[in-house]
Design a binder for this molecule. Sequence first.
Ligand SMILES: C[S@@+](CC[C@H](N)C(=O)[O-])C[C@H]1O[C@@H](n2cnc3c(N)ncnc32)[C@H](O)[C@@H]1O
Length: 221
Amino acid sequence: MTDKKHIRDKHSRNLFGLTVLKNSHPDARRLRRQAGEPSLHGNKLWKSTTVLMDYLQESPPPKQSRILEIGCGWGLSGIFCAKTFDADVTSLDADENVLPFTEYHAKANNVTTNTIAMRFEDISAEQLEQFDVIIGADICFWDELTDTLYQLINRAIEAGVPRIILTDPGRPPFRDLAGAAETLATEEPKLNLDVRYTDWDVPNPHNAWGLVLDISLKGEA
Ligand SMILES: C[S@@+](CC[C@H](N)C(=O)[O-])C[C@H]1O[C@@H](n2cnc3c(N)ncnc32)[C@H](O)[C@@H]1O
């Protein structure tokens, strides 16, 4: 076995057809050295990404959708959409130190994504209206993020984004966010929202469990 192949096999894995670095991979160590340590937990691939990929396989976006991944970290959910659904993907994160990991993984998986360093709070309705689908995995992990993301969801609905899909390992701030989205759909029927809030098991490749919040304009999911 060549040295390169040995390193690739030992320090990377296959997830839903994607090549994903382990943190032990020499390239991961190099990227961290060059970019700096992530500061908002974007330091690895989180399991909610697996939940999101599996859910999207069951309930896919239309081919060639314009997809915005928010809080992308290593960006694998968006990269999965580019590869599987031929999506036009934008990967956004507040922490610019994670974006080299997204760019690396896009290249390793033969797709492209546009990376943007921006906070959830700063994404305007005008920017959101350029997308068909917003996705995010494990991004509601602090109490203050519940309101930040609820406001973002409201701006996206105002902008006419047809679908927003978020996954989470079951943290209380996310459960609060999902509850608020359900209340919004019930109390504002004119918004024409379908809210699907469900748990999701992914037995393979390694047991993952999570919650899915899928908000769509009626008839769009
Ligand atoms: C737990 S990590 C999840 C990363 C990735 N989605 C995954 O599943 O592997 C949370 C991500 O959200 C980003 N993040 C946290 N607060 C943010 C904010 N206010 N605006 C944009 N991104 C934020 C972090 O930098 C980090 O990459």
